[in-house]
Structure formats: structure tokens, C-alpha cells
Design a binder for this molecule. Sequence first.
Ligand SMILES: [Zn+2]
Length: 93
Amino acid sequence: MLLIECPYCGERPEPEFTYGGQAHLARPRDPAATSDEEWTAFLYRRANTRGVHAERWRHVHGCGRFFNALRDTTSDQFLATYRIGEPPPGAPR
Ligand SMILES: [Zn+2]
């Protein structure tokens, strides 16, 4: 069984988690001043990465909290998990 490290609870089985989409998406600060193209990109366009991808996950059947993870999409291996608001491991601070 695939185990995922929740940054708050520790290692738990994968069925306790739900995928929450691509991580580190920033909502436009002023939607009224945002062009249709920029708004469409924020709402619908996502990376389709082959390899290491930053993702948002939720420990829905545990603490209920969201967190980010780096997952290799080719092997389904979780390389790191980290709390919302923290930079990805290895990123400049
Ligand atoms: Zn948790």
C-alpha cells in the first residue's frame, strides 16, 4: 500500500488522502482588472508534468488539513511533503 507522509500526522495510507490539484497557484489580486486570458489561465490551465510535480493534497480522513507534495508522476513516488505556505524543499528561501 502506498503511504503518504502528512506533515501534521506522519505516515498514513493513501486512501486517507484526496488529490487537490496543482500546488502554488496564485489567485489574481484584482479579478476586475484581470484580462479574460489571465483569468482563464488561472481557472483552467494546469501543468501536465512528466516527472516531479508540485501538488496540493488533503488528509481528508485524518486531520483534514491541506498540504503540498512533490510527486514523481512517472513512478507515483512522493519525494517530499510540506505545509501550505512553506517553499518546496530545495527551493531558495
Ligand atoms: Zn494529517
